[in-house]
Design a protein. Structure first.
Length: 418
């Protein structure tokens, strides 16, 4: 019999959880299985998951196909109806040792074909923590899961449940282990990272966690934060940006749009002025700060004028790394019921214009780095990343996982050269 094969679709958090599932499957002795960890962020993501499952069945005709992740949680009946699928398990169940023990013991007999409970009833984060994954240089630590907000375009709360936090002491202990294992950078991840702590005693904030990590782990060289909601940035987080050089000057912002009316219809909690003000303040506190952002093109009712406000936000906030999402109607979300849907050709064109604006911002950023000295974390012998997460290519091999100080000599349009 063969060891299980895992396929991950979607976000970094899914990748984190796949690594945890690998350990659970190994401990339980699961064999001859293919596990697909799905994404539900768009209808296209669900379509790709179905396509991937069919491909995996063709390539593994004798294996058991197990489907989990956000799409399995939100649409268990969709995957249970597929002839290629043997079992569907939810986002809570996939992190429970008993689930994997059941698979190993009696897959078809006693184990239910669909194990998907009400995710909204979950009040704790999964206790199964792993000691980092990815490259040998950077580890990811899940400190939060779920989301209490209900943006009208988003299905994720129904896949992940309500917000719940990993206690600070558990996070600190895990990061200490990672540093002892030689990791030079740790990234804090979550579904709605800036809501961390709201469900913990005393209701600490993300900034409190960041300051505590940096204070209690002085030998951690670099701490990075993944996507945040800028309107929820607290005073201690801003203080850390201003005073802690080990906190990397790179933030990915969940902005979604640049027009106030569309933001209201999205049920976002900020205005475009709030986004601009945050970027200006963060850059005042840390001049080298760079921003990435999620922006949706073609949200229902979006006019040309609304879109121009989104396009202008790219330069108003001086964003560098754009994640552009063409709006996709997601069944089960309020936005899908809005009658004034933007046609597909217009959405595609607007997404292309946003990506072009983003490419121009990247060109500007790369040009600004030439001649500057950076501390670069090597991800492989020839490529590392600066503090701002910019890729740097080296002509001569470097030590993977090492922090290298180098002067930027040029750019090839997508990467810096050193």
């Amino acid at each position: 019999m063969s060891a299980p094969v895992f396929t991950t679709l979607g976000c970094r958090l899914n990748t984190y959880e796949t690594e945890a599932m690998k350990e659970l499957a190994q401990e339980a002795g699961v064999e001859n299985a293919v596990i697909v960890n799905t994404c539900a962020v768009t209808s296209e993501a669900v379509r790709k998951a179905r396509q991937e499952i069919r491909r995996l069945r063709r390539e593994n005709p004798e294996a058991r196909i197990i489907v989990t992740g956000c799409a399995a949680q939100t649409e268990p009946e969709t995957f249970a109806a597929m002839a290629e699928v043997d079992q569907v398990i939810g986002n809570t169940e996939k992190m429970q040792p008993a689930t994997w023990a059941g698979m190993a013991a009696d897959f078809i007999g006693e184990t239910e074909r669909v194990l998907v409970d009400d995710i909204m009833s979950v009040t704790e984060t999964a206790g199964h923590l792993i000691d980092g994954f990815g490259t040998r240089s950077r580890a990811y630590v899940q400190v939060q899961n779920g989301c209490d907000h209900r943006c009208t375009f988003c299905i994720i709360p129904y896949g992940r449940g309500n917000s719940r936090s990993v206690p600070a002491g558990v996070v600190v202990d895990q990061i200490k282990r990672l540093v002892q294992k030689g990791y030079n950078e740790v990234v804090l991840t979550g579904v709605d990272l800036t809501s961390w702590g709201a469900d913990l005693p005393g209701e600490p904030r993300l900034g409190d966690l960041v300051m505590r990590i940096l204070r209690l782990i002085p030998d951690l060289p670099r701490l990075r934060i993944s996507s945040i909601d800028s309107i929820e940035a607290d005073e201690n987080l801003m203080q850390a940006i201003a005073t802690e050089p080990r906190l990397m000057p790179h933030l990915h912002l969940s902005l979604q749009h640049g027009d106030n009316l569309i933001l209201k219809r999205m049920k976002r909690r900020h205005l475009r002025e709030d986004a601009i003000r945050f970027c200006e303040e963060a850059r005042r506190l840390r001049p080298e700060m760079t921003f990435g952002a999620d922006i949706i093109a073609g949200f229902p009712t979006e006019t040309d004028a609304h879109f121009e406000n989104s396009l202008k936000l790219v330069t108003d906030c001086d964003l560098t790394w754009l994640h552009v999402f063409p709006y996709s109607k997601r069944p089960g979300t309020p936005a899908a019921r809005i009658p004034s849907q933007v046609n597909g050709a217009t959405i595609k064109d607007r997404a292309a214009r946003l990506r072009a604006a983003g490419a121009a911002q990247v060109d500007k950023h790369l040009a600004q780095q030439i001649g500057r000295q950076h501390h670069i974390l090597m991800e492989n012998p020839h490529m590392g990343r600066t503090e701002q997460f910019t890729e740097v290519r080296f002509a001569t091999p470097q030590t993977e996982g090492a922090l290298i100080t180098a002067t930027i000599t040029g750019s090839d349009g997508t990467q810096l050269l050193a």
